[in-house]
Design a protein around this ligand. Structure first.
Ligand code: DUC
Ligand code: ZN
Ligand code: ZN
Ligand code: ZN
Length: 471
């Protein structure tokens, strides 16, 4: 493979910032330094731009089903790299009656095929908590699996993936023996089911009913329960998509008490308030708000402020997209007249880096180093793919984002790669954009335009004992 020298950019890692050069050879970073006196086949001038690790988005669903709806899949994975994310950690749902291994193999064959535009690692998701499943956890970190993380849904009563506390406890007990990190979607399924019925009975049937029936306390309660389960099992636990101030504080306080509990938040929980669920439009009336139905629900400004403080102070250690791209016309509209039937989830893999940069770094809420830590380095550590991914260091994969901070852009469907029929961040102003994105040394994006080849994304096996296991 030809060598590339990226010169004079401002290199930003989770710990440093300096003007320097990066030499790429054979898909890896081979040298970093000031004024490197080396020859290369291609020389790129990155003056005035930030040279950062490619993003690692540890929370995407390129396949998710809710009732009869399924989200847009891997045919849209160029959206990841176009947004500066070179590796995703995608959730692979266990097929009922099948082992995790079979489920993953089927997923790779049937869903990814030759469509991957970014590199990818996996989390498994439990659907069928049989004795064989708990036995299989012991193998997740083995080199032939390379999937040292597993998620259980505490929420979603009535869906096949809803899990009882006993399953979470057993998973924690098995996982800790081998350094597998258990992740949970923490919301009280029972509280939500009761509130949903009461909300419908009160005549609130539109999208805002989603937020009414999922108040912050249903998340806070489940996070506290997850912390007790982790304490009981003496195992680490990771809380995905934390949205509520009380939930975040529960993680912070349990950690301070000695429980190995960690969590992430997501782009939309930092940047969009619950009011959008009350949006109206001439075409869709009050059902317009269905475009913003995701779980947990979007929160008020007070929670957004608390989440920014949490990512700044390290109480939450990553920002993910929870990309789960349900279309509006064919899927969201199934919930007309009953908000419970609106599939939960929105696109966002393409927007994460630009949104966090704009609303975090540009506003001074977080530093550039924290941006890299939250969006690249920590997610790589948590999933056992660091330092191959998530940093700029000799020997690391040459996954590189050259971010041009100049220029004002607007997120809009016309320029999106999500392949959905609407954009949840439609109309949002963003500052700067990915000027170039390299995937293992290959230029795959230039000025937001996709130049790569579908199918060139590769599986990255994760090693056990990620960030959440260390203390
Ligand atoms: N929440 C979402 O919004 N989408 C996917 C699954 C989830 O828990
Ligand atoms: Zn239950
Ligand atoms: Zn979830
Ligand atoms: Zn999710």
């Amino acid at each position: 493979m030809k060598s590339t020298l990226i010169k004079n950019g401002t290199v930003v890692t989770a710990s440093d910032e300096y003007v320097g050069d990066i030499l790429i050879e054979d898909g890896k970073i081979s040298m970093i330094g000031r004024n490197l006196d080396v020859k290369a086949d291609t020389v790129v001038d990155a003056s005035g731009k930030y040279v950062m690790p490619g993003g690692v988005d540890q929370h995407t669903h390129f396949l998710f089903r809710m009732d009869d709806s399924r989200c847009v899949g891997w045919e849209s994975s160029s959206a990841a790299v176009c947004g500066g994310t070179t590796t995703i950690v995608d959730f692979v749902n266990q097929e009922i009656g099948k082992s995790l291994k079979q489920s993953v193999d089927n997923y790779v064959r049937d869903e990814i095929g030759d469509q991957a535009c970014c590199d990818y690692a996996f989390h498994t998701v439990v659907y069928d908590p049989t004795p064989e499943l708990f036995e299989e956890i012991r193998h997740l970190g083995d080199p032939d699996y390379g999937i040292p993380t597993m998620k259980l849904f505490m929420a979603y009563k009535g869906q096949p993936y809803h899990m009882e506390d006993g399953a979470v406890l057993k998973a924690l007990q098995e996982a800790k023996k081998v350094g597998v990190t258990i992740m949970v979607h923490a919301e009280s399924a029972e509280m939500i089911a009761t509130l949903q019925q009461q909300t419908m009975d009160a005549g609130i049937t539109g999208p805002y009913g989603h937020a009414v029936s999922r108040p912050p306390i249903v998340e806070e309660e489940a996070v506290k329960r997850a912390a007790y389960l982790a304490e009981l099992a003496d195992a680490p636990i990771y809380i995905v998509h934390v949205t509520a101030k009380g939930a975040m504080e529960a993680i912070r306080d349990s950690y301070a008490k000695g429980v190995r509990i960690f969590g992430e938040t997501c782009t939309h929980y930092l940047t969009v308030t619950t009011d959008v669920l009350k949006s109206t439009s001439p075409e869709n009336g009050e059902f317009e708000g269905a475009k913003y139905v995701c779980s947990p629900a979007l929160r008020s400004q007070e929670h957004l402020d608390a989440l920014w403080e949490a990512v700044k102070k390290g109480w939450l250690n990553a920002v993910s997209s929870d990309h789960c791209a349900f279309n509006f016309e064919t899927h969201k509209k199934r919930g007309l007249g009953d908000f419970r039937k609106i599939p939960n989830g929105c696109a966002g893999v393409e927007n994460r880096m630009q949104m966090v940069w704009t609303y975090g770094v540009e506003t001074g809420k977080i530093s550039k180093q924290q941006f890299v830590e939250l969006c690249c380095t920590n997610p790589a550590k948590i999933n056992g793919i660091y330092p191959q991914k998530g940093t700029l260091a000799p020997g690391s994969d040459a996954d590189i984002l050259i971010y041009d901070p100049a220029g004002d852009y607007t997120i809009t469907k016309a320029t999106s790669h999500h392949k959905t029929d609407y954009e949840p961040f439609e109309g949002r102003a963003v500052k700067g954009r990915p000027a170039q994105v390299y995937l293992r040394g290959k230029l795959v994006v230039e000025n937001s335009r996709y130049l790569g080849t579908e199918g060139e994304g590769e599986f990255v096996p994760g090693k056990p004992y990620g960030l959440a296991y260390q203390k």
